[in-house]
Write a protein that binds this ligand. Sequence first.
Ligand code: ADP
Ligand code: K
Ligand code: ZN
Length: 435
Amino acid sequence: TQMEMYLHEELETLTRTEIEALQFERLLRTVRRCMKSPFYQKRFAEAHLSPEDIRSLDDLRKIPFTTKQDLRDNYPFGLAAVPMSEVVRLHSSSGTTGTPTVILHTQKDLDEWANAVARCLYMVGLRRGDVFQNSSGYGMFTGGLGFQYGAERLGMLTVPAAAGNTKRQIKFITDFGTTALHAIPSYASRIHEVMEEMGIDPVRDTKLRTLVIGAEPHSEEQRRKIEKMLGVKAYNSFGMSEMCGPGVAFECTEQNGMHIWEDYYIVEIVDPQTLEPVPDGEVGELVLTTINREAMPLLRYRTRDLTRILPGDCPCGRHHKRLDRMKGRSDDMMILKGVNIFPIQIETVLMQFEELGTDYLITLTNEEANDLMTVEVELKEFSDDYPRLQALTREITRQLKDEILLTPVVRLVPKGTLPKQEGKAVRVRDLRRTL
Ligand code: ADP
Ligand code: K
Ligand code: ZN
């Protein structure tokens, strides 16, 4: 019945008109709240804009964009829209490039975040009685506490296994009867690899049935491989620390795109060059406005993620728009001999080959002003059938050339030889020197 399908039935099944009415109401409240943040006060003044100028949902477009650089420039508390005494938690991004960024939360923000994550997990069939294991890093990284609170809110037994130590991770899965696991896609493959080494058959020896995968771009083909390897259903999960963390967009059981919760966010897709909106179905940069957050609302935040809205309705009865898989970030794009290439295009080709595992590494070099791409990919099983391997290499090269319009050097390497990361997989090494 309906009651069993939706955790927040009323909000999940809003019609488009109802969604837009709710969004307008929440947008107004958010904009008024923003006037308490020194940053937005200044932004609005510079744009000669006042909250009264927002008279419809379309008027959102009058508001200037907010960027990651704005968060850096106003580090740490310049975007706070509540007195700091009301802030109960902060999360900070890894900050590998310069100043880190900070996101602030009131208690209500944390509650609403947990509700969003609980809604996502319920949507894919998880219930009280399930055992949910989280292999995210805890601490500042939002995938840890974000999933922890969401899964607890649903009433699941939640195992904060955290990142690393794969053998211990697997021992938890078998000892605690873990039924659902959250892992980044590259780590899910790693778990399978170590299970094999330990002689553990995921279907026979574990109760794992559901996998939540996200945090890094991956292809449909990689998802299918992971599902097959571990004998699970795997659902794509999208989030980012600026938007709280996990719980922004999530696949339903139809597995046909990720519903973005429009009672929390207003979604726009814009052309990253002109910043003009693109029609549904066309790829552009994802821009999000938080409309259900107190401590640190963000208006028209440029995520730098490239994706599109999937047109049409989902059979699950939710009208919240669906995002396609992330195509990558505008800053992941490689430019070789003037051709724009995303790592995900290469992955999509590789994953179609039964003989290949899920680990690969793209290396870019240049010789005499000539860009060269080398693609190393692990074989699923050991083989010394050289004629067969040569034919396979040729076929992969041919298909890659069709996809990216230039010819890479393809190298098949034995399983386990490519470097493994503790965190997100590193797929591209750019060793090009300026000549
Ligand atoms: P960091 O920027 O340090 O990775 P976050 O954890 O906030 O910190 O990362 C958010 C980013 O991760 C997103 O902007 C997006 O690029 C990527 N991401 C998150 N979920 C997915 C997903 N399901 N598919 C592809 N990319 C994702
Ligand atoms: K991420
Ligand atoms: Zn759906």
